[in-house]
Design a protein around this ligand. Structure first.
Ligand SMILES: Nc1ncnc2c1ncn2[C@@H]1O[C@H](COP(=O)(O)OP(=O)(O)O)[C@@H](O)[C@H]1O
Ligand SMILES: [Mg+2]
Length: 409
């Protein structure tokens, strides 16, 4: 049993606070994290710091203190509440216990009694279940056609989230996320899969390759051979392990509907479906949406993003949306030079060229999935660009595009 305990003190006056702090100072493992008189300031600290115990000193009028005890007992049940008072009448003790206090300490502090209360608090903490695990969101950036920019978008979205995020490279045979992040991974998903039975925080950390604060990579195997041992069930377990320890897992899967990819897509909370505005990519996206429908994925989990967008493309976006049966949720303009430079530099563009237009568009896509930043409204592309498309509706080329779309539809 641990005797290392953390405390927060809600006192009523400096004298009581000093007395309680002095008593705690006699215990080697005790640490006072926060102390104060103001319940409204102290309560959020208890929520944030989750101390083992909270000592509430009650005054001559204990009502406000007892309400605080009730609140902590109800909302922070893993923190043991100890009431302390100069009034040790049966009535005060009973009211403290009824409010949810686990212990009662008479003031002034009597060393023997304090030792007992401390010991009983340590016992209470020792039997507390572990804190519930985190459950981060899994976001896959997918295209059933190669070369549309999924890896580029996955890297930038992950870098733009700015909360603990891990990028998972599921291109098991030829993953290149390390290059996009400018890192040389020593370990990969294959090492984690081999040691799944003993994966703990420390081991996992040793397999991740850090890129910057809040962003690390779980790389694809260096040897294509070791990818053969990875199965869908492993991907399932790896994603569970990763999401327990990160706010986001951004997955860069292969461009096929193989078992590994499907394991990741099944488990994803969100799927960004990337396409470029050319007929093969639009067709391929339509097929992917049909497959997702058949798999029973709810449409709200799917987000179509157009990459390499350009005013020069002679295609009506509304027509594309009608054809896909899905609104376009985001756009990333075509800027080959900037995109390739950032890849060659091994720095996501949202960091290396944060002011660029393309970085702003990538950040807007990330903001849709961020739980901390307010979600960007489902946006249409800037009016100028859309109307440029609408104007082209009657253009000669449009007819040809239209007939190609209906031919495949
Ligand atoms: N918005 C963009 N504008 C210009 N080029 C882009 C854009 N997005 C991606 N590219 C380029 O497309 C190529 C393929 O991107 P990549 O992310 O590797 O595609 P995928 O992972 O879908 O195969 C890269 O050379 C990249 O520089
Ligand atoms: Mg790729």
């Amino acid at each position: 049993m641990t005797n290392k305990l953390t405390f927060v003190i809600l006192s009523n006056g400096l004298e009581n606070f000093k007395e309680l702090r002095a008593a705690l100072a006699t215990r080697e493992g005790a640490r006072v994290l926060v102390g104060g008189d103001d319940a409204e300031q102290v309560f959020p600290e208890i929520e944030r710091l989750a101390p083992n115990a909270c000592i509430v000193a009650l005054g001559a009028e204990p009502e406000a203190g007892l309400r605080f005890v009730e609140r902590v007992a109800r909302e922070c049940p893993r923190t043991a509440v100890i009431c302390a008072s100069r009034d040790a009448s049966p009535d005060t003790i009973l009211r403290s216990i009824r409010a949810g206090a686990r212990e009662f300490l008479r003031l002034p502090v009597r060393p023997e009694e304090f030792a007992t209360v401390y010991q009983r608090t340590a016992e209470f903490c020792a039997v507390q279940p572990e804190a519930p695990k985190k459950r981060g969101r899994v976001l896959s950036v997918f295209s059933s056609k190669g070369g549309t920019g999924t890896t580029f978008i996955a890297t930038n979205v992950a870098a733009a989230l700015r909360q603990p995020t891990v990028l998972l490279d599921l291109n098991l045979q030829a993953g290149d996320l390390g290059l996009f992040l400018g890192v040389e991974p020593k370990f990969s998903i294959a090492d984690l899969v081999e040691n799944l039975h003993r994966a703990d925080d420390q081991l996992l950390r040793s397999y991740l390759t850090p890129h910057k604060e809040n962003l690390a990579l779980l790389a694809a195997p260096r040897e294509a051979d070791s990818a053969d041992d990875i199965e869908a069930e492993h991907v399932f377990q790896v994603l569970e392990i990763l999401r327990e320890r990160h706010d986001y897992v951004v997955v860069d899967p292969q461009h096929t509907f193989d078992a590994i990819t499907l394991a990741a897509l099944d488990q994803s909370d969100e799927i960004v479906l990337v396409l470029t505005l050319d007929i093969p990519a639009i067709r391929s996206t339509q097929r992917a949406l049909q497959i997702f429908d058949r798999l029973g994925y709810p449409r709200h989990k799917l987000h179509v993003v157009v990459n390499r967008f350009s005013k020069q493309i002679d295609l009506d976006l509304r027509q594309v949306e009608r054809f896909l049966g899905e609104r376009v949720a985001g756009y990333v303009q075509s800027d080959y030079k900037t995109a390739v430079n950032s890849i060659n530099l091994g720095q996501p563009l949202v960091d290396s060229e944060p002011q660029s237009k393309i970085a702003t568009e990538l950040r807007e896509i990330a903001a849709r999935f961020s739980t901390s930043a307010p979600a960007a409204p489902a946006r249409e592309p800037r009016r100028g660009r859309l109307s440029a498309f609408f104007r082209k509706e009657k253009a000669a080329g449009e007819k040809a595009v239209s007939s190609q779309l209906s031919a495949v539809g």
